[in-house]
Write a protein that binds this ligand. Structure first.
Ligand code: DC
Length: 218
């Protein structure tokens, strides 16, 4: 495919990135990429291999050596990319509290971020993408014309996580994501910012699709 389109959807935790990115990808027939899952996969891999996630050099070495593969799968009308480690996708394992606690350390390592950027850019082999994360519009695909930043009030995001059965200090997570030295969470230049505190996902994805369709070449 010549010049695939990449829709970059960044934003804070629990701002609706996953739900809305999937809805947009389905509506457009694009491939969905969850980059947070890739960082979580490396965090899980480090825990499995007894690599100390606080040891930057050890994490960078684990990332240099792990045997991974990208694959594109289709489920319920949604095509999405998965990162396999030794041919295994740790779908459940990457959502445990242990992995969640380790991932911010792994995601702060510059060599890890370089590896992730290259791997995430390689996803265009699968076609047009909707990619969600923290640094997609600023760092991974800075050249895309389709940049979005989702946010919602802290109390609203906390309520959403609690409704999902996850108790997490989102203020601390916001701080870690936006204050790390390497590719911190920022609003990309030219990004459309959507605060969806008072919006349903149908409304948020509707707004995203309207903005995207207005920018797509005829
Ligand atoms: O979106 P998530 O909760 O699955 O992300 C997991 C962690 O990875 C979170 O601490 C932020 C980090 N992350 C990142 O630094 N850059 C990305 N592009 C995606 C996630």
């Amino acid at each position: 495919m010549k010049n695939p389109i990449v829709i970059a959807i960044d934003g804070t935790s629990a701002s609706g990135k996953s739900t809305n990115s999937k809805l947009v990808a389905k509506a457009l027939g694009y491939v969905y990429v969850d980059t947070g899952a890739m960082y979580r996969t490396l965090a899980w891999h480090c825990l499995q291999k007894r690599v100390d996630v606080h040891d930057e050099k050890a994490v960078a070495a684990a990332c240099r050596k792990w045997k991974t593969k990208l694959e594109c799968v289709e489920q319920d009308g949604l095509r999405s990319v998965r990162l396999l480690v030794e041919n295994y996708f740790p779908e459940k394992e990457i959502r445990t509290p242990e992995t969640a606690a380790a991932v911010a350390h792994v995601a702060a390592v510059p060599k890890v971020r370089d590896w992730m950027k290259q791997t995430q850019r390689d996803c265009i082999e699968f076609g047009n993408l909707v990619m969600e994360g923290r640094d997609i519009g600023t760092n991974v695909f800075p050249e895309t014309d389709f940049k979005f930043y989702l946010d919602a009030a802290l109390h609203e995001r906390t309520a959403r996580r609690t409704a999902d059965g996850v108790h997490e200090n989102l203020a601390a997570r916001d701080q870690r994501d936006s204050q790390r030295a390497s590719a911190p969470l920022m609003i990309a230049l030219g990004a459309v910012v959507i605060n969806n505190s008072d919006m349903t996902s149908a409304q948020t994805s509707g707004r995203l699709l309207k903005e995207i369709r207005a920018r797509l070449p005829a």
